[in-house]
Design a protein around this ligand. Structure first.
Ligand code: ADP
Ligand code: MG
Length: 201
């Protein structure tokens, strides 16, 4: 399983090239921190890796990637659904029984410290809780490739450190994890760093 980025360059306007000549293979059991200052193109590169956006130059090749999941910077959930429901849904979609799904969902909620609020509605959550829920749901959907945009933006430092470790653990189970971040703890928890400042013009 692999995602190959081959000589990728991108710009939205002719004057401002975001990054160029980016060649890297993304492989399982690694967690990639995508770093660079605000506006350097981290979210843009995630879109390119997801194949939502075609780069101006270069190619993306997927090898045995079947399921791509994206955890957005701003948590989007269903207002009147519970925390537990949010994580059960992807599991149910795999054909699990409600009972099985709940059992497994609780394991993911535990990882992100959400078990105590499993019956809360999404609309009742704080920004940080909502963000952790989206990460739990992202992992529950068992993607081959998990793209995460600024996972710790709304978390305090201690929670942010735990979350980064959890995401890295997920990678150990065979997923490819790419995390756009400007948080140094998250960066340090990753196995590899892709620094966009090295691909500037
Ligand atoms: P980062 O995630 O590193 O903060 P982004 O990838 O969001 O950076 O944005 C990089 C630059 O590209 C910014 O200057 C942003 O305004 C610009 N940009 C992002 N998306 C678009 C778009 N769809 N059209 C034009 N410019 C965009
Ligand atoms: Mg961004």
């Amino acid at each position: 399983m692999k995602v190959a980025l081959k000589d990728i360059s991108h710009s939205f306007t002719e004057e401002a090239i975001l990054f160029h000549n980016l060649t890297v293979d993304l492989v399982p059991n690694r967690t990639y921190a995508l770093v660079g200052p605000s506006g350097s193109g981290k979210s843009t590169l995630l879109s390119i890796i997801a194949k939502w956006l075609e780069p101006v130059k270069g190619e993306i090749e997927y090898d045995e990637i079947e399921k791509v999941n994206w955890v957005f910077q701003n948590p989007h959930g269903v207002a009147n659904r519970t925390v537990l429901d949010h994580v059960c849904l992807p599991l149910l979609s795999y054909g699990m029984s409600r009972e099985q799904a709940e059992k497994e969902a609780k394991e993911y909620l535990d990882i992100f410290g959400l078990n105590e609020i499993k019956d809360s509605l999404f609309k009742e959550l704080s920004g940080g809780e909502a963000q952790r829920l989206m990460l739990a749901r992202g992992i529950a959907s068992k993607p081959n490739l998990l793209l995460v945009d600024e996972p710790t933006a709304q978390l305090d430092t201690k929670t942010a450190m735990t979350v980064s470790d959890k995401l890295t653990n997920l990678a150990n189970k065979g997923a490819i994890v790419v995390i756009a971040t400007h948080d140094e703890h998250t960066r340090d928890a990753c196995t590899d760093i892709i620094d966009l400042t090295h691909y500037g013009v």
